[in-house]
Design a protein around this ligand. Structure first.
Ligand SMILES: [Fe+2]
Ligand SMILES: [Fe+2]
Length: 253
């Protein structure tokens, strides 16, 4: 029996945060321990942004130390709480100082494309023409390689006003959708930022957001401000077997 290729996705640990109940370090440690207790080891790990709450060096060092307990290559991308250059100092990501953190990785059966959806200094996201041109060219270079596209801000409307005001502009989401239409090998888009598990779609491709390892967002379509709730933290396990990709959302336990 063949074994699936496993990409674990953790999100939004917010190390250093004090704005919710609970300890973000303990939250990430518990998520890492949950991954370690899975019967199958991950082949790779993705952290989909908001690694550190204040972008402090000590916060990134803590993230790195905790992730080292997972014996798998780890890939990171920035969220609105992160600093691109601090991420470059603490993690091995390509690119030059001040530029968006985006790169492609050949994981074997799966190609991981990391896109930077941040707008430095703001919580809202953006996908400008340069970033989308980079994405278009990267996808054109490997048209037959099944691809998972990762970013921090999900390219969807959640239906929750407070979150959608902090999301990606509709025009940027549409522009991303136009790029995707040229590249059918992109089979899934994954994101964080909204601190909830949401399944949606863009240009016919599945979009999944995953819970935070720190604190969750309340499901209230009338909320005009971000509301938090004591729902269980979680993470995703993307399993690829024989060309089929199944994304499991697993509570931390
Ligand atoms: Fe976050
Ligand atoms: Fe965020």
């Amino acid at each position: 029996m063949s074994k699936p290729f496993l990409l674990v996705q953790l999100s939004d640990p917010h190390i250093g945060a004090t704005w919710a109940d609970g300890d973000p370090v303990a939250g990430l440690a518990a998520a890492v321990e949950s991954v370690r207790r899975l019967p199958d080891d991950p082949d790779a790990v993705l952290i989909s942004g908001d690694l550190a709450d204040n972008a402090a060096d000590g916060e990134y060092e803590l993230v790195r130390e905790l992730l080292e307990q997972l014996d798998a290559p780890t890939y990171v991308l920035p969220g609105n709480h992160d600093d691109r250059d601090a991420i470059r100092r603490h993690f091995n990501v390509p690119g030059t100082i001040g530029t968006p953190v985006q790169y492609a990785v050949d994981l074997g059966p799966l190609r991981l494309l990391v896109l930077d959806s941040t707008r430095p200094g703001e919580d809202r996201g953006e996908l400008d023409a340069d970033r989308l041109a980079w994405l278009d060219a990267e996808l054109a270079a490997a048209p037959d390689h099944m691809t998972l596209l990762a970013m921090h801000h999900p390219p969807i409307s959640t239906g929750i006003v407070a979150w959608d005001e902090l999301g990606l502009p509709v025009a940027d989401r549409r522009a991303l959708g136009e790029v995707l239409r040229r590249h059918p090998q992109v089979r899934r888009l994954v994101a964080g930022h909204v601190h909830r598990a949401i399944a949606a779609e863009l240009a016919g491709r599945a979009v999944l957001t995953v819970p935070s390892t720190y604190v969750q967002a309340r499901l209230d379509f009338n909320s005009v401000e971000i509301e938090l709730v004591d729902d269980p933290p979680g993470f995703a396990v993307h399993a690829l077997l024989d060309g089929e990709l199944a994304s499991h959302v697993q509570p931390v336990s």
